[in-house]
Design a protein around this ligand. Structure first.
Ligand SMILES: [Zn+2]
Length: 149
């Protein structure tokens, strides 16, 4: 038979995001990004786009955008294909990287901003494209590149 002892002390809340286990607004803010990389954080939040676009990008990075694929996963009513091209299932990858309408938008936007980067199409993710495109883009255009992404 095991003997279990309980402490007579008071229960205590412990904040695990600081070394001293004491809450701070800074540690809470940084905990928000736990699990994300600095690059994805920069890509999302350090750009010139409106907050609603940043919020969409953040949702997309969490795979929480309401694409028809996600609607189907949750058993909700959805259109069977992409509403832009009506050719492929509407996944986030299709919407951001593969749709022919998206390719046109990428092409026009990159040309308008004179960013010498190829449009993302065969990259595994938008993040991969951004990392690759950043290497071939003059530093002065890096924030514009983040904003486009
Ligand atoms: Zn499409």
């Amino acid at each position: 038979m095991q003997h279990i002892e309980f402490s007579a002390g008071l229960d205590q809340l412990i904040w695990k995001w600081t070394a001293c286990n004491i809450y701070s607004a800074k540690s809470c803010y940084l905990a928000t990004f736990h699990g994300s990389t600095a690059c994805s954080w920069k890509l999302i939040w350090k750009s010139w786009v409106p907050s609603r676009v940043k919020f969409f990008r953040w949702l997309a990075s969490q795979d929480r955008s309401w694409t028809t694929e996600r609607l189907a996963r949750h058993g909700l009513q959805h259109h069977p294909r992409c509403l832009l091209c009506n050719q492929e299932p509407e996944t986030l990858r299709h919407l951001l990287l593969e749709c022919r309408f998206t390719h046109e938008a990428w092409h026009e936007t990159l040309a308008w901003l004179r960013i010498p980067a190829p449009i993302p199409s065969h990259d595994p993710s938008l993040m991969d494209w951004w990392m690759h495109a950043k290497e071939n883009t003059p530093r002065i255009l890096h924030k514009a590149l983040k904003s486009v992404a």
